[in-house]
Write a protein that binds this ligand. Structure first.
Ligand code: UT7
Length: 333
């Protein structure tokens, strides 16, 4: 059975930066508080109201096609992980398919909050492994600014907008996705959610007045579960694949909080020099964090490098993946 290997990475970030100093002027907060509690200095914001998640996802996908040198009609399927789709339906994947002119691709959105990219990667990998498809785009994209309450200092400082994408292709030489762990536990759903807009609370004047169309998070509670969840699955995937800290080239963690990432690295027995970190520049871009890291570090990645990807997010959802990297990133960059 072939493995599903990432053969290209692309990304898109809006130009506009929202710094901690900008936020100091909007809510009662400080650069010092934000940096020490989260590790974030600035994030990107897609200000143009006419542009949404599908725009960023399409640009990230175009970057992938360009770097891999393939045409849109060669794509078999498009999976978009997002919690901020342009609209309920059609899917963001359908909009991306049309924008790209990916005339032979089918596609769908996958909703798993901050674990969205990991879940999409492991779902899409199955299409490659069973031989049904040979080119699948996996995209993580979120316009978090569209669901943030910029008067709530506990959430608006955390998130940013962005998108990144990878191409999956079959690999017969042992490179690609080796193993993955996926977990869901809905029993604590209400401490990280957006209540309004769905079939339980369809939009009304009342849901708007009650702020139900904004992201809600009880940060401290989520923090405790996240530290435990992300570290547990990362340690578990290493153990069952016989990996030690020395064998891992990079941890590629979801970027929600520097302290959660630090705890995960410590459980894995790896130093922070082997952790991909860009939370400082982009904040938490939800489904885009992990592929944005891959895009930023691509030039340093070598064929055969062992990567552990790990995420925790709303649902709760969490998981880890073990990849054997398939190409020399320096050749592309
Ligand atoms: O990506 C999906 C999963 N999400 C996560 O993994 C996020 C997990 N949670 C976190 O990362 C952290 O809980 C936060 C960064 C959200 C908050 O950090 P914390 O250390 O847990 O702070 P806290 O919520 O316990 O708040 C501590 C204090 C409170 O004041 P009092 O009650 O001690 O007087 C807050 O009101 O900090 C206050 N506070 C702020 N102060 C300045 C909360 N937000 C801010 C702010 N600026 N932006």
């Amino acid at each position: 059975m072939p493995r599903a290997a990432i053969t290209a990475v692309g990304h898109f970030l809006p130009e506009e930066r929202l710094t901690n100093a900008d936020l100091e002027a909007m809510v009662e907060t400080s650069d010092e508080w934000i940096r020490s509690r989260t590790g974030i200095r600035e994030r990107r914001i897609l200000r143009d109201p006419a542009k949404a998640t599908s725009y960023m996802a399409t640009e990230a996908a175009r970057d992938v096609l360009r770097k891999r040198g393939i045409r849109a009609d060669e794509i078999d399927a498009i999976v978009v992980a997002t919690v901020t789709p342009d609209m309920f339906f059609p899917s963001t994947a359908a909009l991306v398919q049309a924008n790209l002119g990916a005339s032979n691709a089918w596609g769908f959105d996958l909703s798993a909050a901050c674990s969205g990219f990991l879940f999409a990667l492991s779902t899409a990998a199955r299409f490659i492994e069973c031989g049904k498809h040979s080119k699948v785009l996996v995209i993580g994209a979120d316009k978090m600014s569209s669901i943030l309450d910029f008067t709530d200092r506990t959430t608006c400082i955390l998130f940013g907008d962005g998108a990144a994408a990878v191409l999956l292709e079959p690999d017969e030489s042992g490179h690609g996705l080796v193993d993955s762990i996926e977990r869901t536990d809905g029993s604590n759903w209400s401490i990280l959610c957006m209540l309004g807009g769905g079939s339980l609370h369809p939009p009304t004047h009342e849901t708007v007045d009650r702020n139900l169309h904004f992201l809600h998070q009880e940060g401290q509670h989520v923090f405790r579960y996240a530290v435990q969840g992300m570290a547990d699955v990362s340690a578990e995937i290493m153990k069952r694949n016989g990996l030690t800290g020395d064998d891992v080239r990079f941890l590629v963690p979801h970027q929600a909080n520097l302290r959660i990432i630090d705890a995960t690295a410590r459980r894995m027995g790896i130093g922070m020099d082997k952790v991909m970190l860009n939370i400082e520049r982009y904040g938490n871009t939800t489904a885009a964090t992990i592929p944005l890291c891959l895009a930023d570090w691509e030039s340093q990645l070598r064929r055969g490098d062992n990567l552990v990807l790990a995420a925790f997010g709303g649902g709760f959802t969490w998981g880890a993946a073990y990849l054997k990297w398939a190409y020399d990133g320096a050749d592309v960059a």
